[in-house]
Design a protein around this ligand. Structure first.
Ligand code: PMP
Length: 373
């Protein structure tokens, strides 16, 4: 059968999808360039890695990987329930929050239904919505010149809601822009949204935010039963390679999500690692402090280089380098992996994660060289 025929066999929503473009792995650049000294500032991972306590737990459990994990994730759910002061019945575990986004689409989206996102929103929302057969509506982000340029315009998103709308995705803060909506803006939005529209509040970077007017969503879940809050262990907790995320939502939505969740996610190592990571608050403090210093270092560097960047509350900065693709390639040749944003309709920008002090310095030196050409 010809390739075209197979494509025609796919369900409609999948036919026009482009796969998610992840950050380039270090091993791939090693193969391509034959160099060893590579740093990756492309996927917003924790430059400190996981807590040492996580590493201990993973080593201890190596002998047990012949066993299935607890399909219900009881221990991790119990710790999360304590952490958020919510009952177990309000927690859904997933292999990364990506996995839970997919569960949400399976449960609430499909033909004849619509989902709403913002321009420049995290790319997976569009993929899971379209794959489920739903119509995607994209609200313009705040324009250049606005104090929250590139950020989600919640009024514009609200204006797109109609009787077909089942899900609104809000990343707070958003990747790849690093922008956020204040607690007040969010509450005003939740107060207006029809109760039969599910709002997904994705807080993958919440641990890093120290803006005074930011409110994290754990309180909002208790107030609004149409809110699903998403968190991940991939960023500040440093467990990206293990794939663990979770959702908090009212018990009925939680039950629905768990009906389509395949058993045994997250895996055995991931569940135990997440328990250990959650308990190590010191590692979290070190992580956040290192990020704060790195942010200052990088903002000063971008200003010195005369580069415009989008103010960020996360662990990355999105910076206008003129020709994103050319600068991305030139940095690769120097062994520095960043993230080009053409797939987000931002061809002039690179998204660059905050690393250790030394990694940041190496990026600055490489960037200075590349831009001087
Ligand atoms: N949401 C946002 C906003 C993200 O940036 C990411 C990671 N890039 C995710 C969700 C998914 O993270 P994970 O699947 O690793 O939990």
């Amino acid at each position: 059968m010809s390739d075209k025929r197979f494509i025609d066999l796919a369900v409609e929503g999948v036919r026009d999808l482009a796969p998610y473009q992840a950050g380039k792995p270090i091993s791939e650049l090693q193969r391509e360039l034959g160099i060893d000294d590579i740093i990756k500032l492309a996927s917003n991972e924790n430059p400190l890695g996981p807590s040492p306590k996580v590493i201990e737990v993973v080593k201890q459990l190596a002998d047990d990987v012949g066993l299935y994990p607890d399909g219900n994730g009881f221990d991790l759910k119990r710790r999360l329930a304590e952490f958020h002061e919510l009952p177990l019945q309000q927690i859904t575990l997933g292999s990364g929050s990506d996995h839970i986004l997919e569960l949400i689409a399976r449960v609430f989206l499909g033909e004849g239904r619509s989902a709403i996102i913002s321009q420049y929103a995290f790319a997976i929302y569009a993929i899971v919505s379209k794959a489920a057969g739903a119509t995607l509506r994209v609200a313009n982000a705040f324009p250049e010149g606005h104090e929250k340029a590139y950020g989600h315009d919640l009024d514009a998103m609200f204006a797109l809601i109609d009787e077909t709308t089942r899900v609104v995705f809000i990343a707070n803060p958003n990747n790849p822009t690093g922008t956020y909506a204040s607690g007040q803006e969010l509450k005003a939005f939740m107060d207006r949204v029809p109760k039969d529209v599910v709002v997904v509040l994705d807080e993958a970077y919440t641990e890093y935010v120290d803006a005074e007017d930011y409110t994290d969503g754990s309180e909002l879940v208790k107030q609004y039963d149409n809110l699903i809050l998403l968190r991940t262990f991939s960023k500040a907790y440093g467990l990206a390679g293990l794939r663990v995320g979770y959702a908090l939502s009212n018990p009925v939505i939680t039950d629905l999500l768990n009906r389509v969740r395949l058993a045994f996610n997250p895996n055995l190592l991931a569940q135990a690692a997440a328990v250990a990571a959650l308990a190590d608050r010191e590692h979290m403090e070190r992580t956040v402090a290192l990020n704060r210093e790195g942010m200052q270092q990088m903002q000063a560097a971008y200003e010195a280089l005369g580069l415009k960047y989008i103010p960020s509350v996360c662990n990355f900065i999105t910076v206008d380098v003129g020709d994103g693709k050319a600068v991305f390639d030139a940095l690769l040749a120097q062994g520095v992996i960043t993230r080009p944003l053409a797939p987000y309709g931002m061809p002039k920008h690179l998204r660059i994660s905050i690393g250790t002090h030394e990694e940041n310095q190496r990026l600055i030196t490489a960037l200075r060289k590349v831009l001087a050409r």
